[in-house]
Design a protein around this ligand. Structure first.
Ligand SMILES: Nc1ncnc2c1ncn2[C@@H]1O[C@H](COP(=O)(O)OP(=O)(O)OP(=O)(O)O)[C@@H](O)[C@H]1O
Ligand SMILES: [Mg+2]
Length: 215
């Protein structure tokens, strides 16, 4: 299965989710390839740091840009059970090509009005890609939401997002937690960091289960 973590907004947690999903998929015994389609190279650096730290399972990460992205991804899909694509935070060629070949696209959205506006553009991108890839299913993941129970940002965002008929909303919400920042720097997933942040680990495990329909 080819999954794409993408969106038009920067800093929403795309690379954080892509690297965590790749790690959890590999830890669950699957042969996974991470494709870094963002020239910033966050996922590639993460996998290098992971290699240098000899953290297992090893996650192979390749960078793919431009028009070869779609063709190469389809070729690689014959060799790997699972592909996770990390696409950059803008309406790039890479995002469009990746949307052309992915089975599922996950769009991390921060529950602020700004991100919700960007979602309008993604909605029209999905509409444009539909004739090319009718299999693509798009889902929103709320990320970096406040851990403060008195802040009702997520509920408000959910109300607005539910009006976009081309996207479903995942049940799992990723909150703003320091553990997510640490894990990317260390080349691991939040469930591999010591000491473990149980809340972050539960969130990412729930997200994994939702994405891969795992138990
Ligand atoms: N849930 C979270 N809680 C706290 N910090 C987070 C969370 N998700 C991401 N971050 C931090 O926010 C920054 C941006 O995250 P990340 O690189 O994953 O976003 P991105 O969407 O890939 O950004 P870009 O658009 O630049 O590629 C990083 O410093 C990361 O550690
Ligand atoms: Mg990124």
């Amino acid at each position: 299965m080819i999954i794409l973590i993408g969106g038009e907004k920067g800093g929403t947690g795309k690379s954080t989710l892509a690297t965590n999903m790749a790690a959890l998929r590999a830890m669950n015994g699957h042969d996974v390839l991470l494709i870094d389609a963002d020239k910033q190279g966050t996922s590639s650096i993460w996998s290098q740091v992971r290699d240098e730290g000899e953290i297992t399972p090893r996650i192979t990460c390749v960078q793919k840009f431009g028009k070869n992205l779609a063709k190469d991804t389809l070729d690689l899909a014959n060799r790997y059970e699972d592909i996770v694509i990390d696409a950059g935070g803008r309406d790039s060629l890479e995002l469009r090509y990746a949307m052309g070949v992915a089975h599922h696209m996950y769009i991390p959205v921060q529950p602020t009005q700004f991100d919700l506006w960007a979602l309008q553009n993604i909605d029209s991108l999905i509409e444009q890609i539909e004739p090319i890839n009718s299999e693509l299913k798009a889902h929103v993941v709320i990320t970096r939401s406040s851990t403060n129970p008195s802040v009702s940002d997520t509920e408000e965002a959910l109300g607005i997002i539910s009006e976009f008929e081309r996207m479903t909303i995942l049940n799992t919400t990723i909150k703003e937690r320091v553990a997510y920042q640490r894990c990317v720097r260390l080349g691991c997933s939040v469930i591999e960091v010591n000491p473990i942040d149980k809340k972050a680990s539960n969130e990412i495990t729930n997200l994994y289960k939702e994405i891969y329909h795992a138990n």
